[in-house]
Design a protein around this ligand. Structure first.
Ligand code: HEM
Length: 355
């Protein structure tokens, strides 16, 4: 199989992992002149970049993407914990982390299972596998919406708005998508004042669910494990997050020139941080290509690291596991659905679209 052309193309490549392994071994942190970015691949380089005081989550000169400035979506973007640094981030991050940490795991699992049941009844993905994507996309906003106390009849509209909002933020969104995203942002803010903190549950969690179905299709030993030990599904989902990361990369922007992981960086440089490559660095995970749900001391970079690390990891694993459990119970056969799929176009999310 051909290798991906570069680290961004790797996200949707059928098997980017030999390429990532080569980067980790031979080019752990290098400038890629085709992309015009630095690319950090090894666990050490990824850790150094994500903890560097010189690096920011947004370019200094463009805190809000140009296409969104002056729109409701831009306003929400500017207030997101995920996309801010400095005093605003320092002030808000602890309350977001504490809110998510306070969620009762049993309650989350019950909401996730109830939402999965509702969506299975509505979409019948067991009969129509092409609707699994729709199921995966709607599940996270249904669960997060229910946890925020929204009434069940308001959840379909929230899920639709979350979809429009995320599509409008995507790099390369059309003018029409940006417009719809702005309308969705207004609707979301009105529905839940706290939602700006939560929208990111959407795409990555859907992708984690999709990649878990693929892992079940690819690994007979995992299907056998689940046949005798259904609760092992959580460990399977956690290993999917490491082995076939739904978020393959994130970016950093150098705010002040200086040394990062032994390289001299200029102000304005961009770093592509390959979380999915670092997950498979043999320096932090033994025999990293092996899919091993019982892996001890698993090191996963998929949820970030350092000051911007994701507070939603446990929530995401619970939602994805509940969704997969319901799909399996309703007769979805992973091997059958994985017989035909492509990856959705994206510069950082690896999510299969089943045909
Ligand atoms: C599979 C699902 C998920 C994945 C893979 C994921 C991944 C990530 C990653 C990589 C970051 C760090 C980005 C960076 O440093 O540049 C992040 C940040 C964040 N995530 Fe998640 N996430 C997921 C689900 C969720 C969920 C369910 C929530 C809801 C609570 C959430 C809330 C956040 C927030 C608020 C941040 C910003 C943290 C900060 O900047 O300090 N995520 N996520």
């Amino acid at each position: 199989m051909d290798q991906p052309e570069h680290a961004v193309a790797a996200v949707t490549h059928p098997d980017p992992y030999p390429y990532y392994a080569e980067l980790v071994a031979k080019r752990p942190f290098q400038r890629d002149d085709t992309l015009g970015f630095w690319v950090a691949a090894s666990a050490a380089a990824v850790t150094a970049v994500l903890t560097s005081e010189l690096c920011r989550v947004r370019p200094v000169s463009e805190a809000v993407p140009k296409a969104l400035v002056g729109t409701a979506a831009g306003d929400v973007f500017g207030r997101m914990v995920r996309m801010n640094d400095g005093a605003y981030h320092v002030r808000l991050k602890p309350s977001v982390s504490a809110t998510v940490a306070m969620l009762d795991p049993g309650l989350v699992a019950r909401h996730a299972d109830a939402a999965a049941q509702t969506l299975v009844a509505e979409l019948e993905p067991g009969i129509h596998p092409a609707r699994i994507g729709d199921f995966a996309f709607r599940l996270p906003p249904y669960v997060v919406g229910a946890l925020l106390g929204l009434a069940p009849d308001g959840l379909p509209a929230i899920a639709a708005s979350a979809g429009d909002f995320v599509r409008g933020l995507a790099p390369g969104a059309t003018a029409d998508e940006v417009d719809r995203g702005a309308g969705a942002a207004r609707a979301l803010v009105q529905a839940v004042r706290t939602l700006p903190r939560f929208w990111q549950s959407y795409e990555a969690t859907a992708a984690l669910l999709g990649n878990t179905l693929l892992a079940l299709a690819r690994h007979a030993h995992v299907r056998e494990l689940l046949a005798r030990d259904a609760p092992a599904l959580r460990a399977v989902v956690a290993e999917v997050a490491r082995h076939d990361a739904p978020v393959q990369n994130t970016r950093r922007f150098v705010a002040t020139a200086g040394g990062v992981a032994g390289q001299a960086m200029k102000e304005g440089d961009t770093v592509l941080v390959l979380l999915a490559a670092a997950n498979r660095d043999p320096a932090v995970n033994d025999d990293p290509a092996r899919f091993e749900p019982a892996r001890r001391e698993r090191r996963t970079f998929t949820f970030g690291f350092g000051p911007h690390a994701c507070p939603g990891e446990t929530l995401a694993v619970t939602i994805a596991a509940a969704g997969v459990a319901r799909l399996l119970a309703t007769g979805v056969d992973p091997e059958r659905v994985a017989a035909s799929y492509t990856y959705r176009p994206s510069a950082n999310i690896r999510m299969p679209r089943f045909n």
